[in-house]
Design a protein around this ligand. Structure first.
Ligand code: NCD
Length: 358
């Protein structure tokens, strides 16, 4: 069985297969209309969401299946103290697949270790957001015709933006992708992505401070919102919140064929005047999100008993009583679970949230 917790839980081949299936669904919607009839999806959303939850819901409905779940854990047994593991053990009896969003990093991973149905991570803290990644890859493919060889600028909150972390991981498996990181010092990409993903996979990347200096090079500009809810220091948020604003003047510096992506919601970082520019792809991206989630659920359910599609094992994870994960938003500091770590290029890290412990 396959879960999707991190984008690399899918092989590159499986990823491309899902993107191709997304394209086929777009071209032949009728063909898939009833393909998951009698199947059920649970959306367990412990954190706010509009697009992701509704797009999962709409995707399952369009495949002929049904959806149940919650969008606010306050009304569930979670408020009585139920663990993520127990909730998933219970819900797995009612549905065929579960999409989970959680503010604690590693929560969907823990869920996957006990679940009898596929778990899809719909966003865990600042850590990962693999279905947004599939959405982004499909959008790049549809807008530009290819993913290999693109130059992509990531702009805004590269520190807390989980969509950025997951997309860089996925893009590191394509050929000749160049990454330009556009962020203020306070919001730079976490070191573990630079060392353990970019350096390790030989991704050509550089860091700059303005959009203007690189705009003309980009095939894709990936704008992001500054993630207010993840800041521990609100003064710091106030200082950086309006660091980058995309407007028509900056768009005038861009190539004629390029695409502006944004996982949405936007706050101030893209002026509404950009919306009418044919290169503004962010609302098309939302629609792609539904198609790719149809492709994902269809594939995970089809692969369920296929030994060729299983989760990567992690024999490198180890326990060590002398190590502590200091991330207050890591699931290991909230539930009574084994503390696991792994050795990476850049030191020892928590297996659930990837924060550095040594
Ligand atoms: C993103 C998220 O939740 O991480 N939104 C989404 O899923 N489309 C981006 C964000 O909240 O800024």
């Amino acid at each position: 069985m396959k879960h999707l917790i991190d984008p690399t839980d899918l092989t590159k081949q499986e990823t491309d297969q899902i993107i191709a299936l997304g394209e086929d669904i777009i071209a032949n919607r009728e063909k898939y209309r009833d393909s998951l009839r009698y199947h059920k999806l649970a959306t367990l959303f412990y954190e706010p969401s509009t697009r992701t939850r509704l797009s999962f819901t709409s995707a399952m409905m369009e495949l002929g299946g049904n959806v149940l779940g919650f969008s606010d854990a306050k009304n569930t047994s979670v408020s009585k103290g139920e663990t993520v593991e127990d909730t998933v053990r219970v819900v797995g009896n009612f549905v065929d697949v579960i999409a989970m969003r959680h503010p604690l990093e590693g929560a969907p991973y823990i869920a996957s270790t006990v679940s009898k149905v596929p778990i899809i991570n719909a966003g865990d803290g600042s850590h990962a957001h693999p279905t947004q990644t599939l959405t982004d890859l499909l959008t790049i493919k549809r807008e530009l015709g290819h993913i290999d060889g693109i130059t992509i600028g990531f702009c805004g909150d590269l520190k807390f933006g989980r969509t950025v972390h997951s997309l860089i991981k996925a893009l590191s498996r394509y050929n000749g992708v160049k990454v330009i990181l556009i962020a203020p010092d306070e919001l730079r990409l976490p070191d573990y992505i630079k060392s353990d993903v970019c350096d390790k996979q030989g991704v050509d990347y550089r860091e700059v401070h303005t959009i203007e200096e690189v705009m003309g090079e980009l095939d894709v500009l990936y704008m992001t919102r500054v993630q207010q809810e993840r800041f521990l220091d609100l003064e710091e948020f106030e200082r950086v919140k309006d660091s980058f604003v995309l407007d028509s003047e900056k768009m005038a510096l861009a190539k004629e064929k390029m695409a502006v992506l944004h996982p949405l919601p936007r706050v101030n970082e893209i002026k509404p005047e950009v919306d009418d520019d044919p290169r503004a792809a962010y609302f098309r991206q939302v629609e792609n999100g539904k198609f790719v989630r149809m492709a994902l659920m269809y594939s995970l359910l089809k692969w369920k008993d296929d030994p060729c599609h299983v989760m990567p094992e992690h024999p490198e994870y180890f326990e060590d009583a002398t190590l502590v994960c200091r991330n207050p938003k890591c699931i290991c500091n909230h539930e009574n679970i084994k503390h696991l770590f792994h050795e990476t290029e850049s030191g020892v890290r928590c297996a659930y949230c990837d924060s550095k412990v040594k």
